[in-house]
Design a binder for this molecule. Sequence first.
Ligand code: GDP
Length: 318
Amino acid sequence: MILAQLPRFHLSILAKPSFALSSSHFNFLNPKPSVTVARALFSFASKSSLATVEPIPLSVSDSSDLDDAPVEISLDKLFIPPETDISGEDPASLTTRILKGSNIVLSKYARDAQVVQADYVKSSVKTEDCPADGLPEFALVGRSNVGKSSLLNSLVRRKRLALTSKKPGKTQCINHFRINDKWYLVDLPGYGYASAPHELKQDWNKFTKDYFLNRSTLVSVFLLVDASIPVKPIDLEYASWLGQNQVPMTLIFTKCDKRKKKKNGGKKPEENIKEFQDLIQGFFETTPPWIMTSSVTNQGRDEILLHMAQLRNYWLKH
Ligand code: GDP
């Protein structure tokens, strides 16, 4: 079994106690905020876990490339998947179910997470033109250069699949990739191009906003935020818009491998992440799920797939 370790940071994440999503999505449980998870020591074996159907084996890390500082996430800042009863659960045992580098608790719905097949399906210019087969989907969106293509390629373990979305004519499209013939990963246009005229940026906003509000099979938006640089106002705007419109959102912090201080305004990814979370907390009733990732080290890859699996399996059941 592969041994790994949870990340090296103290985070007191978001504060508000109930993130009310639209009724077609989750009604998140609202755990009592009294207990602090002192150390989340466990993680999931990176290869075997995704193939596992029922309880996923946990293992204690002895990895030495990360610091051994405790992770502090109070219970009200965890993402508890629906139908996951943690009342009466020993906090110490709950820590074994927190996905590594995230605030997400593993639930019974975390199965069939592995990607065995990924196919580009189509590029659409309108929500109505998107595939109509009713399969659940997850949309990846983020500022240009945030690492969206790299993440998509890493999720499907294909070096160049996301290149399809970068081909001329497709960068402003809704690009659908079918996974295992069962669900979709959707690559949305990047936003915030420095060189784009203001009006064009507005158009992109309208384009993706329509998709967020009207795509009935959208299970969750995955908003990518570059953790290696200081917080960008445009990312805050995006997150707050999703929160205010009750569009289910998961925050994916990218480039968490970048640890050099100089270029990043002196801040570590963990500090940028904390700042981002502090700044958006007013827009959410409960803490949105978040995951730290790196497409260089594949950090967070399995955690994203497990998270998607539990959201998807719950969505399919309801
Ligand atoms: P996109 O424009 O959002 O699709 O971003 P890309 O995936 O093309 O990545 C933009 C740049 O960031 C490229 O130079 C990538 O090599 C780099 N990059 C992407 N992900 C990571 C990451 O996790 N860590 C590091 N260090 N660099 C990354």
